[in-house]
Design a protein around this ligand. Structure first.
Ligand code: MSP
Length: 651
């Protein structure tokens, strides 16, 4: 065991909704890093959890007719079961409603208050009553409209409590400038420094109970609760014994690496360092902000219906393949695209073809030529054997450095290059020919070298795909202990695979995913067959007539109109917001402005084509098309007769 400590955290996730790919990504990333560090022998501690207070949670609870605590208890299970499904090895799971956390938040608040680092003062802000939130002048749209619901905000003044954050501005700028690894990637440090060019205000850390009661009560004023971010950030220290177990706390703090998404940079690189400094604590080692997963180039959002559900995806294609894609397809720091097509293409090329092929070649030949027993290699290796093993050995160093430098995608690419080199080696040395020619000694060395390469590769990929790599290791005859965990110290030493141990025959480790479109490699005979069958069965379809299959392509659904407004300079157009059920709320532009006053439309249940390619009309996004009957000059909307839930299928 090394004497190094590695403490990694994910953001704690809001429990107002179910987990999505953003949550899954950071958690898998933290898990992979923790597993690499464990394999290196570091004393690792991996923390994740849930952020359970505040407005979002209180609002979701109201919507679902639950108490906030019921909302938390119900949703936290979805996070926990997803982590179980994704094989996440967190050492702790903190919930901010736990007593161990609330006590610490209270103690920190009291301490800062006692030291006059928290004070009371009037607060003036723009309050949106329906959203129950304050917005700054900068946030507002068109003067005083709420940026979320676009309704007018009210100017409110009330007493609040403030943390003297402004006091630390100069210190923070200097700290960031002199600690270049503190905020990563470097361009995010510049972003924070840019933010700090403006004078830093004091942070309002209280919320009046008149407006929000779901939070930790301020110990010095029972009419207020604590601002959710001030509460949440403290999880990183409350979970490891701050204020309760000093020895444990000192072991992990400040050896801490925070992983966050780019949207929560300011809270982590400005608020949090100032809070820690005021508390007299050292800064964490690093705060790394990753980019966002997009669908194609578009942001994922519920209303666009393009959010990847991690649970479904892992169910459909396998947990490890999903983990691999997340790690290989995102260059840390940048945004990346997640589409099913990209996933399948990477899966088929890296895992099914390259890795799957090498494994199957080695195992099949060993079964055929050596009764399935790992062969004894010759003492002297040929240059091509040494070349392959050197390439695999170098990958160990490359992956170690990729992990240190948060360049996981590059590390994985290096491992895949070893796999490709392994396949080339098989082609160059042609063990199948050696077998035919009876060159058993050379054959033994070649198969052993290739199997050793697989052992090294599987060790390097183990933190990313623990189950599949355990299966691979079992297949090439490694011990149960080696299938359960990996030690980086041992990966490198040649000869670890024991001659005489038994390999096992398995079906494909990564079965190829068949796509609907026939791949270029499809056999020509098969390609021909299909149209012939169709021709025989087909009937002549008169011009203008469609089949049931054509009709089924159009998905018609009932939708409720939530709002409608005119579009400036477009006298025919209205921009609607429609509800298609299950949280699918979308914009839709319709040419009905001459026939309907916008305010008469709200609440109507209409019929829309739901699966029309989204488009943008006069800078307004439109996702779907409504149906209407045209009667000469008049136009009437197609509506549903009586009560009907939004999203109901029509057909
Ligand atoms: N509760 C706060 C964090 C408090 S940490 C002390 C919070 N929670 S969250 O549930 O809204 O978001 C958690 C993380 O998900 C953020 O890091 C955010 O960047 C990330 N993601 C949300 N959508 C994402 C993608 N599409 N892609 C990648 N990550 C994104 O913020």
């Amino acid at each position: 065991m090394s004497d190094q400590v590695f403490y990694v955290t994910t953001p704690i996730y809001y429990v107002n909704d179910n987990p999505h790919i953003g949550h899954a990504y950071t958690t898998v990333l933290a898990d992979v890093l923790a597993r690499y560090h464990r394999a290196k022998g570091d004393d690792s501690f991996f923390l994740t959890g849930t952020d359970e207070h505040g407005q979002k949670v209180e609002k979701a609870a109201k919507l679902h007719g639950m108490t906030p605590m019921e909302q938390c208890d119900k949703t936290v299970v979805n996070f926990q079961s997803l982590w179980k499904k994704l094989n996440i090895t967190n050492d702790d799971f903190i919930r901010t409603t736990q007593e161990r956390h609330e006590k610490i938040v209270s103690a920190v608040l009291q301490d800062l208050y006692d030291r006059d680092l928290i004070y009371q003062a009037p607060y003036t802000g723009n309050y949106c009553v329906p959203c129950e939130r304050y917005f700054t002048d900068k946030d507002l749209v068109d003067g005083n409209l709420c940026p979320d619901c676009h309704r007018p905000t009210e100017r409110l003044e009330e007493q609040n409590y403030f943390f003297r954050m402004s006091r630390y501005q100069e210190w923070l700028v200097e700290y960031i400038r002199t600690h270049e690894d503190f905020i990563q990637p470097a361009f995010r440090a510049n972003e924070t420094l840019g933010f700090l060019k403006q004078p830093l205000g004091d942070l309002c850390i209280s919320r009046s109970k008149k407006r929000l009661s779901w939070g930790i009560e301020l110990p010095f004023d029972h009419d207020y609760v604590c601002y959710v971010w001030f509460d949440a950030l403290l999880n990183y220290v409350s979970a490891i014994g701050y204020g309760t177990d000093d020895a444990r706390f000192r072991k992990y703090w400040p050896e801490c690496r925070h992983l966050i998404g780019k949207d929560i940079l300011t809270t982590h690189t400005v608020y949090w360092p100032c809070m820690l400094h005021a508390m007299g604590l050292d800064m964490p080692k690093s705060i790394f902000a990753h980019g966002w997963w997009l669908t194609g180039n578009v942001k994922m959002s519920k209303s666009l219906g393009n959010v990847v559900n991690p649970m479904d995806f892992a169910d459909r294609y396998g947990v490890d393949a999903f983990r691999y894609f997340l790690m290989a397809a995102m260059t840390l720091g940048n945004d990346a695209s997640f589409t099913e097509e990209d996933f399948i293409s990477r899966y088929n090329s890296d895992l099914a073809n390259d890795l799957g092929n090498l494994l199957s070649r080695v195992v099949k030949l060993t079964l055929r030529c050596f009764d399935g027993l790992v062969p004894q290699p010759e003492v002297l290796l040929e240059p091509e054997d040494k070349g392959l093993l050197a390439c695999a050995g170098e990958a160990v160093a490359a992956v170690t450095s990729a992990v240190e430098n948060m360049k996981l995608d590059r590390g994985l690419e290096t491992v895949m290059n070893v796999v490709r080199a392994g396949n080339r080696y098989m082609e160059q040395t042609a063990p199948w020919t050696l077998a035919k020619e009876g060159k058993t000694k050379r054959l033994a060395t070649v198969l052993y070298t290739a199997a050793e390469t697989l052992r090294i590769v599987s060790g390097l990929l183990f933190p990313v795909m623990p189950e599949k790599m355990a299966e691979l290791r079992r297949t090439i005859g490694m011990s149960e202990e080696d299938c359960r965990s990996v030690s980086f110290d041992q990966i490198r030493s040649f000869g670890t695979l024991r001659p005489g141990s038994r390999m096992q025959d398995i079906a494909a480790l990564f079965p190829r995913i068949q796509t609907e479109k026939p791949s270029c490699a499809a056999a020509p005979a098969e390609k021909k067959k299909e149209p012939r069958i169709k021709e025989k069965k087909s009937v002549v379809i008169p011009e203008g007539i469609i089949t049931i299959a054509d009709l089924q392509k159009v998905r018609l659904r009932a939708a409720r109109i939530l709002s409608a407004e005119r579009i400036a300079d477009a006298e025919r157009l209205l921009s609607l917001k429609i509800d298609l059920g299950n949280g699918d709320v979308r914009p839709l532009v319709a040419g009905i402005a001459k026939f309907y006053e916008p305010e008469t439309l709200t609440g109507k249940t209409i019929v829309v084509v739901e699966n029309l390619l989204p488009t943008v009309i006069r800078k307004h996004e439109s996702r779907g098309m409504l149906l209407a009957a045209r009667d000469g000059e008049r136009l009437r909307l197609v509506t549903v007769d009586g009560e009907c839930a939004p999203g109901s299928e029509i057909g």
